[in-house]
Ligand binder design. Structure first.
Ligand SMILES: Cc1cc2nc3c(=O)[nH]c(=O)nc-3n(C[C@H](O)[C@H](O)[C@H](O)COP(=O)(O)OP(=O)(O)OC[C@H]3O[C@@H](n4cnc5c(N)ncnc54)[C@H](O)[C@@H]3O)c2cc1C
Length: 419
């Protein structure tokens, strides 16, 4: 190896790492000898599409991000499987050790270890078929449950609902359990939540909202029932826990890198060690953590630019809308909504719930601060632009709730009349 070529070691091969590698190749990876350690045993895949895979709307090959030949043709050594899980970093000797004791030297190290799903520490949590929804292996377990059996999803957030819809599409009798009074409470108000619940019920998903989990009960080591504190006991072959995730910081903490809830980075994705970069869901920037792919991709590009000396670009956090990926159930939510109200917030509401349409806009000081759309989300991106650019909407305030198409038709008719 020529002295000018640096050893670049990447830990993790999820969505952030693959985007980082793609950008590295685009910007010129010739000054690096790149090795990737991945504990998952297949090349990086589009984790977002696990919901579609479960619902039977795409195949495994559709979700692969890059083929093995792509890694080969770009001289990237991809080492996959449980034996390549990185377990420690020796920062003095710049060396990473894997689960089976193999050592890898680096000049530059990139940590892209993602998140780990939260478990709920109740009795029975270790039973077979009590799983998370994070990896392809989780989806394989879900697909192994025969049609007509019961399944319970703990958590009525985005992930829980997508999981429940996928399992229902597979022919399972699915019940979603949540402590909150309606689904997606972080993104929706009570009215939209109720409409969403009804739409999901029409897809065959049952709910126990405001319910407290007591334990999982098993038979021969496999889950058989879910016990609620109300006394109700649900028969089930499968429990999927979607109770949030937390950054996977275990390697970083053991190596003494500055960490809080995530691995602390600056806005150029540098950790407290100048030779170690971190990006994706494993990081913390200020007080902020990241759970959606848009900021992860932006961080990957910034890290690749810095390491290839392309630019001193810095990460800037942008609001990212939440969109539910359940066929036929349109939900869009961006910015603030009623539960995080601020002084001076005004609500503009269009409630045509019987037609399956509900919209709520939050306006403050002449600018849009929050958008919630249920049923018809076609104007979502348009509202998002108004929100991100903080455009003054005072002149169109009366018509704003009707959406982009209406506003465009109004403008066209004014132009027609003027012509
Ligand atoms: C079902 C599902 C649906 C989603 N839908 C959306 C959506 O609609 N929109 C959206 O924006 N986001 C969505 N997300 C979130 C999105 O997938 C994540 O934001 C994104 O994958 C984060 O990328 P990452 O590289 O940080 O982590 P990951 O993609 O999780 O990759 C981390 C990788 O590192 C590996 N790893 C960890 N530790 C080690 C180690 N010590 N050694 C070796 N390898 C290691 C892990 O096994 C994993 O493969 C969804 C997530 C899931 C699970």
């Amino acid at each position: 190896m020529s002295a000018a070529v640096k050893r670049l070691l990447v830990v993790g091969n999820g969505m952030g790492a693959v985007r980082f590698l793609e950008k590295l190749v685009e910007f010129g990876a010739e000054s690096f000898q790149v090795t990737v350690l991945s504990e998952e045993d297949l090349p990086g895949y589009n984790r977002i599409q696990l919901s579609s895979l479960l619902a039977g709307n795409c195949s495994l090959s559709d979700i692969q991000l890059q083929s093995l030949s792509w890694y080969q043709s770009n001289n990237i050594t991809l080492l996959m499987g449980a034996e390549y899980k990185a377990v420690s970093i020796d920062r003095n000797n710049k060396q990473v050790t894997t689960k089976v004791g193999d050592c890898f030297d680096y000049d530059e190290l990139v940590l892209a270890t993602g998140s780990v799903p939260n478990r709920i520490p109740v009795s029975g949590a270790d039973l077979d078929n009590v799983i998370a929804f994070r990896t392809l292996d989780d989806v394989k377990v879900m697909q192994s449950i025969a049609s007509g059996q019961g399944a319970v999803v703990i958590g009525g957030g985005l992930l829980g609902l997508e999981c429940a819809a996928g399992l229902a599409a597979q022919g399972l009798h699915v019940t979603v359990i949540d402590t909150m009074p309606y689904p997606m409470p972080r993104q929706l108000d009570a009215r939209a939540g109720e409409l969403l619940k009804q739409a999901m019920e029409q897809k065959g998903v049952a709910f126990r909202c405001g319910a407290q989990l007591e334990s999982y009960l098993g038979h021969n080591g496999t889950v058989s029932h879910v016990q609620l504190k109300s006394g109700e006991r649900l028969s089930t072959e499968l429990v999927v826990v979607t109770a949030g995730v937390r950054p996977d910081i275990s390697l970083a903490v053991e190596a003494g890198l500055d960490s809080g809830r995530g691995i602390c980075v600056n806005d150029r994705m540098q950790t407290s060690d100048p030779s170690i970069t971190a990006l994706g869901e494993c990081v913390q920037l200020g007080e902020q953590l990241f759970g959606l792919v848009a900021p992860v991709y932006s961080q990957a590009e910034i890290a690749a630019k810095r390491l290839t000396a392309r630019s001193g670009e810095r990460f800037v956090s942008e609001p990212v809308p939440a969109r539910l990926k359940v066929a036929g159930v349109e939900v869009f939510s961006c910015g603030r909504h009623s539960t995080d109200e601020e002084a001076g917030d005004e609500e503009i509401i269009l409630d045509a719930g019987r037609l399956g349409v509900y919209r709520k806009l939050i306006v403050n000081n002449g600018c849009l601060q929050g958008v919630l759309l249920f049923g018809d989300t076609a104007s979502g991106s348009w509202y998002q632009t108004l929100l991100e650019e903080q455009q003054n909407i005072t002149a169109i305030r009366q018509q704003l709730i009707f959406g982009q198409e209406y506003m465009d038709s109004m403008t066209a008719s004014i132009v027609d009349r003027a012509a």
